[in-house]
Design a protein around this ligand. Structure first.
Ligand code: G1P
Length: 279
C-alpha cells in the first residue's frame, strides 16, 4: 500500500518555542501550558487531534518544557488525594486524554524555525502522512473540529493541506500567505506561498493558520530547504516545493481561531470560552 493512502494516525505538536511575548509568565512555564480557563493550550490541541481519530501525539519540546510531559502523565499523589472526593471530576478530561492516547517526545536542540522543529519530529512520525497542530492557534467549531475537517479532506486529495483564513491585508507580515486556484468550495490548489510577506508583496490575504496535514516526503524537502525569512528554516518554503508540483491544497476551514500567541488573542479566547462555559 502506498504511504499516501495511509490514514492520518499521528499529530505533531511543535512546542519548543520560548514564548517571549508572554514573559515573565513563560520564564519557568512552557507557553503551551498557559491555561485558557482551566485547561492548558496544548491540551486543547490534543483534544482536537482526538476528535480527528488520532491517538498518537508526537511532541517536539525543548529545554525547560518538562511540565508538558508531567501534564500528560498520571500524578499518583494527586490521584490519591482527590480520589472519592467532590473534586475528582476536575480530572475527568485529562484522565480521558491520558488513557486514550500515547505521547512521545523529542527535543529540538536548536531553535532554527518551524520547518526545523517539524524535521526534529521525523523520528516520532516515520514514513507516513501526519497532522501538525500549533497549539497557540486555538480553534473551536460547533460542528466538526478543524483538524477533523482536514483529515476528511486528506482522504479525498491525498496531499499536503494547509488551513487558511482571510486576514486584513495589513497583517500579512505575521503569517504564511498563499495564492491558489479554486478546486471546490473552500478548497484551493496552492500555486504560491510566501512566509510573512509585506502587504505589497503578499499574493493574497489568505493566511496559513496552525493546522497542517503533511505527506512524509516533506522531511527530505525540509532537509534541502535553505533558511528563509528571519534566517529560519520555514515550513512555508518547504511546502512551496510540493506546491510547485501541485501537491498542496489550502482549506478555508469552518470555525473560529484565536491567536493565543498574542496577549490580545489570548484574552479573546479566554472570554470566548468563559462565555461558552456559562451558556
Ligand atoms: C508560523 C508559520 C506561519 C503561519 C503561522 C500560523 O508562524 O511560520 O507561516 O502562518 O505559524 O500561526 P509563527 O506564528 O510561528 O511565527
Amino acid at each position: 500500500m502506498s504511504k499516501s493512502n495511509t490514514k492520518i494516525r499521528k499529530c505533531l505538536f511543535p512546542a519548543a518555542g520560548y514564548g517571549t511575548r508572554f514573559l515573565p509568565a513563560t520564564k519557568a512555564i512552557p507557553k503551551e501550558m498557559l491555561p485558557v480557563l482551566t485547561k492548558p493550550l496544548l491540551q486543547y490541541g490534543v483534544e482536537e487531534a482526538i476528535t480527528a481519530d488520532i491517538e498518537t501525539m508526537a511532541i517536539v519540546t525543548g529545554r525547560g518544557k518538562r511540565a508538558i510531559e508531567d501534564h500528560f502523565d498520571i500524578s499518583y499523589e494527586l490521584e490519591h488525594q482527590i480520589k472519592g472526593t467532590s473534586k475528582e471530576h476536575y480530572l475527568t478530561e485529562i484522565r480521558k486524554v491520558i488513557t486514550n492516547c500515547t505521547f512521545s517526545y523529542t527535543r529540538q536542540i536548536e531553535m532554527k524555525g518551524l520547518g526545523h522543529a517539524i524535521l526534529s519530529g521525523e523520528t516520532l512520525i516515520g514514513d507516513e502522512p501526519f497532522a501538525v497542530i500549533l497549539a497557540d492557534d486555538l480553534c473551536d467549531n460547533e460542528g466538526e473540529s478543524v483538524l477533523l475537517q482536514m483529515t476528511k479532506l486528506y482522504e479525498k486529495y491525498k496531499c499536503s493541506i494547509v488551513a487558511v483564513e482571510e486576514i486584513p491585508m495589513d497583517e500579512t507580515n505575521k503569517y504564511g500567505v498563499i495564492a491558489g486556484d479554486p478546486l471546490e468550495e473552500s478548497v484551493l490548489r496552492v500555486t504560491n506561498m510566501v512566509e510573512k510577506p509585506d502587504p505589497k508583496d503578499a499574493p493574497s490575504n489568505l493566511a496559513i493558520i496552525g493546522r497542517y496535514i503533511l505527506t512524509p516526503d516533506i522531511f527530505d524537502i525540509i532537509r534541502d530547504t535553505k533558511p528563509g525569512k528571519g534566517g529560519e528554516i520555514q515550513i512555508t518554503d518547504a511546502l512551496l516545493t510540493q506546491a510547485n508540483e501541485g501537491r498542496v491544497i489550502a482549506y478555508k476551514f469552518e470555525g473560529t481561531r484565536f491567536d493565543c500567541g498574542s496577549v490580545d488573542g489570548f484574552v479573546e479566547a479566554t472570554n470566548y470560552f468563559y462565555g461558552k462555559s456559562k451558556s
